[in-house]
Design a protein. Structure first.
Length: 465
């Protein structure tokens, strides 16, 4: 895509990001946390959504379905969302803004753009404790080649695009370059804005990263989950030196590589959209067909049923010794679990916030996370909702009930699309794709709709009324 169009889109997204309280400030202002002591910030009392002692028991759209049908419903939802203009637009929008950011960084540092792109989208596994940061095990990743990276950023499919951005959230390149720019090169707010960054969001996170001093349970990076995020339940916390709750998930295998592949062939009809030529070449080399090496979240983790314990937790008749944990809360709402509250969703929403996405664009990003992560078996709907929740305004916030689904797109979403121009993504086409075209128009959708009770069916019909 031409540089002029990228710049227009870049400027377009910078409106509205600071119109609500930054999630990074939520626990600080409400609870007076001391980042140098993570246990004072990462508390049960500060989480979004709120964590009462006992699990909330409300009907949701998949309550009562057997596990296989819950999975089929969510996979069908993801497939329907992938076809919507809203998901396509926000996927390309974030990719282009990130591309513009990295090109700008290269200019400021006097580096070759190809060098910056490789550092941002690939890291030697040996430098990260053996964990692959850009490998054939990453779904949708097409390799560290400059031409491939630029092609994906400018027009990759949904899986390629988010797969590439996923690597950026794990290489720690953004944290490294922002620390250098802010503290060594003294970048100004004007410089940050020129790069397409929201200065308030950047400086707020920079202060937390600096105060954390590398603490794993503090705020170690610019893309780490906020203190009010349920994603922190995926790890021992709130202080790794004296954890008060066990992680909500554990590695599926007791030894490296910790994960398993699904055994899918590269030409499997289960892969939607079908592999691009870039994906096929990176996975298969010269072979026309091969077994994919992807590690889906479903085959990397087992969700545990550990209760939550912390400063706010206490023995409770309904919740047992501590507060009900993640798995118990999911079960009480009739939701499926796959790999724990979605850290990938939290990372992507934080990235989107740093580059200036406002409330509506952040909500569209969450919609894309459902389309991507649920479809690739990396997370469930509930896990994506939890990962995004700290970044949602009241309009888009979880209801922990039937309305959770509708909160994905409760109203038309209007975002800036170049200078003073606006673009609106109506809610009706989104729900038409889900309810009318899939649940009402395809055999598997009709079967699943028929398995729901009358209240659930009525709620789904209301989305297209």
């Amino acid at each position: 895509m031409a540089a002029a169009r990228r710049s227009v889109l870049l400027a377009a997204l910078l409106c509205g990001a600071s119109s609500t309280l930054l999630p990074d400030l939520h626990c600080q202002r409400a609870r007076g946390c001391d980042v140098a002591r993570p246990a004072t910030c990462d508390t049960l009392a500060c989480k979004r959504p709120h964590v009462p002692p006992a699990a909330v028991r409300h009907k949701t759209v998949t309550s009562g379905l057997p596990p296989a049908d819950k999975a089929a419903f969510e996979h069908g939802l993801a497939a329907a969302l992938r076809k919507t203009d809203a998901v396509r637009w926000v996927t390309q929008a974030l990719a282009l803004v990130v591309q513009e950011l990295l090109v700008g960084v290269a200019g400021l540092l006097g580096q070759d753009v190809a060098v910056v792109m490789r550092e941002a989208f690939y890291a030697n596994p040996a430098a990260h404790g053996g964990a692959p940061q850009g490998s054939p095990h990453n779904t949708g990743y097409v390799g560290p080649g400059f031409d491939e990276i630029m092609a994906v950023l400018e027009g990759g499919n949904l899986r390629e695009t988010w797969g590439l951005l996923y690597i950026l959230t794990h290489t720690e390149y953004l944290t490294s370059v922002l620390q250098k720019g802010l503290h060594d090169l003294k970048w100004s707010n004007e410089t940050l804005a020129t790069l397409g960054l929201d200065p308030e969001a950047v400086w707020t996170r920079a202060a937390l990263v600096r105060a954390s001093n590398g603490s794993y349970n503090g705020m170690p990076t610019f893309l780490a989950p906020t203190f009010d995020s349920w994603v922190r339940f995926d790890f021992p916390g709130p202080d790794e030196a004296a954890p008060q709750w066990a992680p909500a998930r554990v590695s599926r295998l007791p030894h490296a590589p910790w994960c398993e592949t699904a055994g899918l062939l590269s030409n499997s009809s289960a892969i939607q959209p079908p592999l691009s030529e870039r994906e096929r070449a990176y996975q298969c080399g010269k072979a026309p067909v091969c077994t994919l090496q992807w590690y889906p979240g479903r085959l990397c983790y087992n969700v545990t049923d550990a209760p939550l314990r912390g400063a706010a937790a206490r023995p409770d008749a309904a919740a047992g010794p501590g507060f009900a944990g993640f798995a118990a809360r999911a079960a009480a709402l009739g939701y499926r679990t796959v790999a724990g509250p979605s850290g990938t969703t939290a990372n992507m929403l934080q990235l989107a916030r740093l580059v200036g996405f406002g409330p509506s664009a952040l909500a569209l990003t969450r919609l894309a996370m459902v389309a991507w992560l649920v479809g690739t078996d990396d997370h469930s709907l509930y896990e994506v909702l939890l990962g995004a929740e700290p970044h949602m305004t009241d309009e888009f916030s979880m209801a922990e009930g039937l309305e959770d689904l509708g909160r994905l797109m409760p109203a038309d979403a209007t975002v800036h699309n170049g200078g003073a121009a606006m673009i609106t993504f109506p809610r009706l086409p989104v729900w038409t794709a889900v309810v009318t075209e899939w649940l009402g128009g395809r055999p598997e959708g009709k079967r699943l709709f028929g398995a729901l009770d009358k209240e659930q069916q009525a709620y789904l019909r209301s989305l297209v009324a």
